[in-house]
Design a protein around this ligand. Sequence first.
Ligand code: DC
Length: 227
Amino acid sequence: MTRANGMLIAIDGTAGTGKSTVGKAVAARLGYGFLSTGEMYRALAYSVFAKKIDPADHDGVLAAARVLRFTFVRQSDATLKMFVNGEFLGPKLHLEEVGNVASQVSTNREARLVLTEKMREVGQDGGIVMEGRDVGTVVFPDAEVKFYLDASAQERAKRRFKQLQEAGEKADYNEILRLIEERDFRDKNRATAPLKAAEDAVIIDTSDLNLQQVIDAVLEKLPHHAS
Ligand code: DC
């Protein structure tokens, strides 16, 4: 073991594949922390939005990234609760609009470097499951174990549609599918750190698997896992 607190486990993949739920469950099982790096891009998006900065304004977005102060407090469910400049933003970060702006600001190369440095500080000692788009390829190419989760856009749209319906919210399947495809395209085709599986990642297609099956598939691939 090369890190003080255990392995660095990277889980990357497209939006809506259950990376967070799976990562959290795996972290809890191992007694590790769990960090969703997308939350940090969402925090940047939120700040850009609040300051009325154009997401395409390179210098404006970079300046906003530089003044974000992240602190993380470990919770009983393994999650690292994120505070941004002392504030817990919570559910505000999960609005559909914030996700879209996050995908736009995350094309900013310099702003990515700022956030990537922060992720490295948080994860370098290991004992953590880190979920995102480029954890195994860019943030921690030396991660001990890497996973890449994927599922068809139709299946992910179906899941999101069901979630919204169950929450009693308005949902339009075709619009959800369109947004998912748009986000995939942007995440996979940006010049810096595009979404792709690391060469040494274990690829799991979750289209026909339930969450427990995905969690089991991940645990099975871990060296000496304690199940
Ligand atoms: O996982 P998420 O939906 O919360 O991520 C929001 C956006 O942040 C996503 O569209 C792309 C970006 N992101 C990224 O570029 N790199 C990461 N490691 C995590 C997220």
